[in-house]
Design a protein around this ligand. Structure first.
Ligand SMILES: C[S@@+](CC[C@H](N)C(=O)[O-])C[C@H]1O[C@@H](n2cnc3c(N)ncnc32)[C@H](O)[C@@H]1O
Length: 258
């Protein structure tokens, strides 16, 4: 589904705008609501799934910021609302990227007038599609980078995903951190969800934790390892939410440590 941003059988709906709907936002289209209701018929608590995922994004972004990193690059960003990265770390520079032109236009409009935050095109399965100009304008010269790669791995096949993580490793200065998530095989318990996600010719990639590790290449996992996103650095609310997604944080070690 690389380069495409539709949601399975709903050619014009987009997961990012459906998430905004589920999170109580105002930036979605009628086609997104129609698709969201079909998904809710298959599993009643999509609001919960994405409440938990958005909270993970917030904890991960704050953990990155707490390590002194103030430049964050976000892939498959969705809409910059409802606790997305720049709201979680308001004193950082944040560049959001996505492939969906409507999300990008909406995002640019939502962020207008905020000099330290921007929104640009990038296909997360091909980093050559990221323009240098917005990176330089919004992030400035890169020192250590925080990368947020959440909600997008499911749309990318293993070989391309491993190649993307390798390219990000080459791009990221030593000490950079990347937060990731992967859809688990939990969805298979709800065959209708998989049916909705996989339109003919499209694959939705669900991965077990042991399938994630080999994709990370030389990136080094932090001590939390790979956990359900609700449990990542969280013992409070939603820590035991059903594991629809796994998350982890990885660090770019020094070359002598690598
Ligand atoms: C499930 S939403 C996740 C949004 C946000 N990251 C979150 O977790 O709430 C997936 C997003 O990835 C985007 N997307 C899908 N394939 C992509 C690709 N190859 N490169 C970049 N973005 C992609 C979609 O347009 C959509 O905005």
């Amino acid at each position: 589904m690389s380069g495409s941003a539709s949601v399975g059988r709903f050619a014009h709906a987009n997961a990012a705008r459906m998430i905004d709907y589920w999170l109580g936002g105002i930036h979605y289209l009628p086609v997104d609501v129609e698709a969201a209701k079909e998904y809710e018929a298959a599993y009643g608590d999509f609001r919960g799934i994405f409440r938990v995922l958005r909270a993970y994004i917030g904890r991960a972004a704050r953990a990155i910021r707490a390590e002194g990193i103030d430049q964050l690059l976000v892939f498959g960003a969705g809409l910059p609302t409802s606790g997305n990265v720049h709201e979680a770390v308001p004193d950082a520079r944040v560049l959001y990227t996505d492939v969906d032109p409507i999300n990008i236009a909406m995002g640019q409009r939502i962020l207008a007038g905020q000099p330290n935050v921007g929104y640009a095109y990038c296909d997360a399965s091909d980093l050559t599609t990221l323009d240098r100009a917005p990176v330089e304008r919004v992030l400035g010269p890169i020192r250590r980078l925080g990368i947020v790669f959440v909600g997008v791995a499911a749309f990318i096949a293993d070989d391309k995903l491993a190649a993307t993580f390798a390219s990000l490793y080459d791009l990221a200065p030593v000490g950079s951190l990347m937060a990731l998530d992967f859809d688990s095989e939990m969805c298979r318990r709800y065959p209708r969800i998989v049916e909705l996600l996989e339109a003919p010719g499209l694959r939705f990639h669900m991965r077990a934790p042991e399938a994630i590790r080999p994709l990370l290449g030389p990136w080094r996992l932090t001590s939390e390892g790979i956990t359900p996103v609700g449990a990542w650095r969280n013992r409070g609310e939603d820590a035991d939410y059903p594991p629809f997604m796994y998350g982890c944080m990885v660090r770019r070690p020094g070359d002598e440590e690598g």
